[in-house]
Structures are given as C-alpha cells and as structure tokens.
Write a protein that binds this ligand. Structure first.
Ligand SMILES: NC(=O)C[C@H](N)C(=O)O
Length: 440
C-alpha cells in the first residue's frame, strides 16, 4: 500500500464517514456459469479485498483517490477478474487492457481513461498517475488530455517508474481456453449456418466475461473517487474500445450544489474547509488565492454557504456522486450510461439509488435500449455500483439487469457486506440465462 499513501497525511475533517463499494463485474452470473466453488472463491476474494481497502480507508487523511486505486490494484492482481493478470483475449490472442479513474472534485483533469495497454502491470496505477500529472506543468509530458492509448503512454508509465511486465504476465489458461473455444464455436456456427441473432452456449457463458472490476470510495473530505479496470470482451476486435475507459459511459463522478431553504435541510451542512482539507482535494488555486490578496479566489466547492442578501433562508447543500459500471460496454457507450444516471439524479432531483435502478435495474433504460434483441444477445446487459453524498449523508448503491453482480461494500456502521445475487448464498441465484430472462 505504501505506493499510494500520502507521505504526510492531512488531518481529516471527521465530518463524513468514509465508505467503499467494490465490484468484480456484472453479466451472465448464474448457478450454471458460476458453480458453487467459484462462487465461494469470488466471495472470499471480494471480502478480502474489501477488508484490506477499508482498513486503509481508516488512515487519517487518506484520499478516496488512493484507496480506490489500491482496491482496483488488488482486483487487477487477482486472476479471478477480467483485468490485469487474468484479462481476456482479443480475436488475435492479445490482451488489450483498459482502465479509468475520476474524482468528484479537486484535480484539474478530474478523470482519465487509458486503453490499448499490454505492458503496464496495473493499468489503474497509470490512470491515477496521469490524473496527478495534470497538476504539473505540461503534465510531465502527458499534457492536459483525458484519454490515452498505446505505446506512448506506456513509455510514460516506464518513465514514471510504474511496473512494466512482459505480455505473458497477463496470461491465464482459463481465459485462453475461453478465447479458443469462442473461435471454434464461431467457425462451427459459420459452417452450419446458425443465425447470429441466436445466442450460442459459448456466448451465454463467456461473451460478457465476468470480472471487469471497479471501486467507488468516499473519503472523510467528501471527495468521491471511482476507479474501473477491464480486459474488455472476450474475442473483441483488436483495437475495440469499451465503456470502461470512456468517460460518462462506464464511469463518472461529479459534484454540485443545490439551494435549499434552511428549514428543509435535513443534514448538518459542511463548514468552510480548512487549508489542509483543501490541499488534500488538490485545491491549490484557491489556497494561493487566500494567501495573496491580488489573486481572486473562486468560491471553494467544499463550502456550504448561506446567501447573505435576498433570502437569508437559502443555503447550499453539496451533492456528489460516483458510478462504476460493468456489462455490455457497447450498450453503456450508446446510453452514455454512467453520466446519464448521474444527470437523472442531478437534474430530476432523484436519489442516486433510484436513478441507478432506472438505468440498469430490471426493465430499465439499458434493457429497453436492446429492444427486441433483449435476452437473445447480450445487448443492454450490465450493472452499476455507486456512492452518493448529500451534505454529509452517504448512500452506497448498486443495481443490475442480469443474473448477478459481484460486489462488496461497507455499511454505515463499518460492517462489511458481500452479495453476488440479490440474496445471500449460491442457492438463491438464477439457474441459467433463460431463467434470468423469464424472471424465474
Ligand atoms: N465485463 C465487462 O464489463 C466488459 C466491459 N464493460 C466492456 O464492454 O469492455
């Protein structure tokens, strides 16, 4: 963990209780595709990673950015998941890795997506580094862009001393067998003339490979960070880019302020943050502005201020959200699913939980987007996790329209939960793909 901790941690404000939710993918998770022993392996792994990350989240002054990166690094290193070591293969038998990171506030770039990687051991570490380099002049060679792919950015990773590995590092026999079986199945279908509208047994099991991973974290300063990493889809076309590194599609974080009448505020509001809090949020410009009267300081986004003039009764409450997705990335891109969910919450004053179900729950917008192809192919399939904070009230959310979603999170009282299906236990899950779509 030492790579990701502050050398001199700032003091936490103590106003917001840090929380975390992680996921290991959504898709055709059923009792058939995930037999009991694998179910147990995922359960154990998710709880182990959640425990490690939530312990780190108790360090004084630790940032959501550092903890989300740490959690996804652990997920990338575990071959159970389709990211880092254990990523799926393209049609040409290569790994093309993707990752992204985004914060609700505090850093100039706010979000970064990386893609077409095949040498950086932890793509999420590179995404984080690119976000941080955005605070330096010229980004230390990365400038102020938000999306990066391929050789140049891997060269930057090496220059920044991130771990570089040979391509073989990402190989696992299981994912290789899925790749080979998929190609063989395709050839068989071509030869026998089976319609492409009909889902094959291989597709049911593998097309949405279980295991894109992600983490959403809120720290004691109220900053939300979302980190996501994937190998993409099994046998994807070389060069195909999915939703994971596409801002607004597979990931999103933002914050805003809403004016409410004071009587309506049901949460104590945040006080003006201290300089040390603001430093942890990357708010250098405003800190400098405070010290040098000649420089105009913008109003600090972490402040909850009261209107002094017309209406003494109006006050501003801070909202922040972060979302990480998994599923059929092409559908998530078409729907701009993560940003659309955040916008539903922001512009229709809907809780993030309701907005998430509206987008990605059973019968939701993603499912509708597949039209009559729903259930026949994998279009529209997926799920999302997220965190919302209003004032200092935090809510952890998740929904999906498929068999299940691997996920684990901390409750308000600090206890840890892990679910794969809607209920606890392998027996509670749907039997197979058909039973998911017939609602049995
Ligand atoms: N398993 C996944 O979540 C795949 C990823 N969303 C993609 O389409 O690239």
């Amino acid at each position: 963990m030492s790579d990701y901790t502050h050398t001199s941690p700032p003091k936490p404000s103590g106003l917001i209780k840090p929380r975390i939710i992680i996921h290991g993918g959504a898709g055709n998770i059923t009792r058939t595709t995930v037999p009991r022993d694998r179910y147990d392996a995922y359960h154990t792994s998710l709880l182990r990673i959640l425990s490690n990350a939530s312990f780190v989240l108790t360090y004084p002054g630790i940032s959501a950015l550092d903890v989300a990166t740490y959690a996804v690094t652990l997920l990338e290193n575990d071959p159970l998941y389709n990211s880092g070591h254990g990523a799926v293969f393209t049609r040409e038998g290569k790994n093309e890795l993707e990752a992204s990171i985004m914060v609700s506030n505090g850093y100039e770039k706010r979000g970064v997506g990386v893609m077409m990687l095949s040498h950086v051991k932890n793509p999420i570490g590179l995404a984080r580094e690119l976000l941080l380099k955005g605070e330096e002049p010229n980004g230390d060679g990365s400038q102020d862009h938000c999306q990066y792919s391929g050789a140049y950015v891997e060269w930057l990773a090496a220059k920044w001393n991130l771990e570089i590995v040979p391509e073989e590092y990402f190989f696992t026999q299981r994912k290789w067998d899925e790749h080979k079986r998929g190609l063989a199945e395709e050839q068989r279908r071509e030869e026998t003339g089976v319609s492409t509208e009909e889902i094959s047994e291989w597709e049911e099991e593998n097309y949405i490979p279980l295991g894109t991973c992600g983490a959403v974290v809120i720290d004691s300063f109220g900053t939300i960070c979302v980190a996501t990493s994937t190998g993409g889809l099994t046998n994807k076309v070389p060069g195909r880019i999915g939703d994971t590194p596409t801002m607004g599609a597979g990931y999103w974080a933002e914050e805003w302020y809403e004016e409410v009448r004071k009587e309506m505020i049901y949460q104590p509001s945040l006080p003006v943050s201290s300089p040390i809090d603001r430093l942890s949020r990357g708010d250098l410009r405003n800190l400098v502005g405070d010290c040098l009267p000649g420089i105009t300081s913008q109003s600090n986004p972490s402040e909850t201020s009261s209107s002094k003039t017309a209406d003494e009764k109006l006050s501003k409450v801070r909202h922040a959200v972060g979302l990480s997705s998994s599923g059929n990335g092409d559908s998530f891109i078409r729907m701009c699913a993560s940003r659309t969910t955040a916008s539903k919450s922001r512009f229709q004053s809907t809780s993030l939980s309701k907005a998430t179900t509206w987008m990605t729950g059973p019968g939701g917008e993603l499912q509708k987007s597949a039209g009559d192809r729903w259930g026949k192919v994998h279009e529209g399939t997926g799920g999302m996790i997220g965190i919302e904070v209003i004032g200092n009230k935090v809510d952890v959310v998740c929904d999906y329209n498929c068999g299940g979603m691997f996920r684990a999170w901390t409750e308000e009282d600090g206890s840890k939960k892990c679910l794969i299906f809607r209920e606890d236990g392998w027996e509670s899950g749907p039997k197979n793909w058909d039973s998911v779509h017939s609602g049995q």
